[in-house]
Design a protein. Structure first.
Length: 486
């Protein structure tokens, strides 16, 4: 019996807990590839390490999950309890606790994941049909006259587009074609407006635009019917949906995709300032070409006239007349009488030179030159110049004294007239004629008897000085001579 137990003990494999958990982990990881799991988040936590820990659950079960920092930093949303997500996971086992867990490689909201799959399927199908081919893209007009903008009339995108178009090229006509840009009814409304604009044929280019938003907000532009309507349009269509990172099916099928509504407006029209500079440059080039052409044609005409004059009968006649004049001039120059006169003039010139070179004549010229130099020296003598300066100073002094005397006399006469005018209006002159000025004790001038009641002491100012007086009772004045007595 003991031998059987020993054999049995030797055949048994005894594992430690860590070895058992390791084997279980290897078995699980070997039999489970990457999986997609959809569930509800719970117990979400993000410690200081940056890792993300949570549970995925449904109505019957839940499983622990871990998303480590290198992966969690690329999440496009903030996980929260109760949120339904779609996760790509690896199945594993946490050996330290022996717990079954999922290692999350990627995670997105559950609804967005379904939309992304639908977007990818539609994109692949339309691409296989060739709707995105570059050969089908229509060129945009360089200078559009009228632009149709399919967008919400109350959104921020239409304001940005109108502002940029008005700033860059105010001559373009812009028509806002109002459509809903979000919701279930938006795709059908956009398709109907696009087809109506194409049928009207009023626009040179159409702009399909809206502002940014989530994938659900932009889903109206991932509609297959809208994509086929854009491809069937006979008018070029520009797409500017959302922000730079947002892509829709309309962007791929449109003739041009702009990252933002403002960028689309800048691509649709040229800058008026750049266009004006280009026009000025072309005008200057055209003027230079015209001037060069006119100058070249004028030179050709001048050459033609010159050849005509050189080879015509009039030219030959002029040449013969000129030759005849030359022969006559030579004959006249060789006439004996003219040669005699020329010899006589030459003899006279030689005689004059001989006389000029005679020693006596040279002495007379030197004497005249010496006399001229003495005269110049006399005029430059400092004593003579000083005498002239003294004489001039004396004359200026006499003139200055005379001017001063005349000025003093004139000012004295003017001062006398002012003194006489002042004396004429001076109160002292009035006092000289026997009048007096009365002032009360406060210095006020007395102008009526009422200002000096009886007994008042007054100061009387007369021509020779002043003295004090006392007022008495007012006497009755005599009546005028022309009034009858009472």
């Amino acid at each position: 019996m003991s031998e059987e137990r020993a054999v049995y003990a030797a055949e048994r494999e005894i594992l430690s807990p860590s070895a058992l958990v390791r084997r279980a982990r290897e078995l699980i990881e070997r039999h489970f590839p990457l999986l997609w799991v959809e569930g509800e988040l719970s117990n979400v936590s993000r410690p200081g390490s940056g890792h993300l820990y949570f549970s995925l659950k449904d109505a019957q079960a839940q499983v622990r999950c871990a998303m480590f920092k290198p992966k969690s930093t690329f999440l496009r949303f903030r996980p929260a309890d109760g949120q339904r997500v779609l996760a790509r996971v690896r199945v594993g086992l946490y050996e330290a606790r022996g717990e079954f867990q999922l290692i999350v490689e990627h995670m997105e909201p559950a609804g967005e994941g379904a939309l992304l799959r639908e977007f990818a399927e539609l994109k692949a199908r339309l691409a296989a049909e060739g709707l995105f081919e570059a050969a089908l893209k229509r060129p945009l007009p360089r200078l559009p006259r009228r632009i149709g903008v399919l967008t919400s009339p109350t959104g921020a995108a239409v304001r940005d587009v109108l502002s940029v178009l008005a700033r860059r090229f105010a001559l373009v006509q812009v028509e806002v074609l109002p459509v809903p840009v979000q919701g279930r009814e938006a795709p059908a409304a956009i398709v109907a407006m696009l087809r109506a604009a194409v049928a009207a044929a009023r626009h040179d280019v159409l702009l399909l635009t809206r502002g940014g938003g989530s994938l659900e907000d932009l889903w109206a532009f991932n509609h297959e019917g809208l994509a086929r309507a854009i491809r069937a349009s006979t008018i070029p269509v520009v797409s500017a949906i959302g922000h730079e990172v947002d892509f829709t099916i309309a962007d791929f099928v449109a003739d041009l995709r702009a990252p933002t509504p403002s960028a689309a407006a800048e691509l649709l029209v040229p800058d008026a300032a750049d266009l004006a500079r280009s026009l000025h440059a072309h005008r200057d080039k055209l003027e230079r070409c015209l001037r060069h052409r006119l100058e070249r044609d004028a030179q050709r005409v001048d050459h033609a006239f010159a050849r005509l004059r050189a080879h015509g009968p009039a030219r030959r006649l002029d040449a013969g007349a000129a030759r005849l004049r030359q022969l006559r001039a030579r004959l006249a120059a060789q006439h004996p009488l003219k040669r005699l006169r020329h010899g006589t003039q030459r003899l006279a010139q030689l005689r004059a030179r001989l006389i000029a070179q005679h020693p006596a004549n040279r002495w007379r010229r030197d004497a005249q030159r010496l006399a001229q130099l003495r005269t110049r020296l006399a005029t430059q003598d400092p004593g003579t110049a000083l005498a002239r300066r003294r004489e001039r100073v004396a004359r200026l002094g006499i003139a200055a004294r005379g001017a001063i005397a005349r000025r003093v006399e004139r000012e004295a006469r003017h001062l006398g007239s002012l003194v006489r005018a002042l004396n004429a209006v001076s109160p002292l002159a009035t006092l000289e004629r026997g009048y007096a000025i009365l002032r009360d004790s406060e210095g006020r001038v007395i102008r009526s008897p009422q200002q000096a009641p009886p007994g008042s002491v007054l100061e009387a100012r007369v021509a020779g000085g002043s003295f004090r007086v006392r007022s008495e009772r007012e006497r009755n004045q005599n009546p005028p001579d022309d009034d009858p007595p009472n």
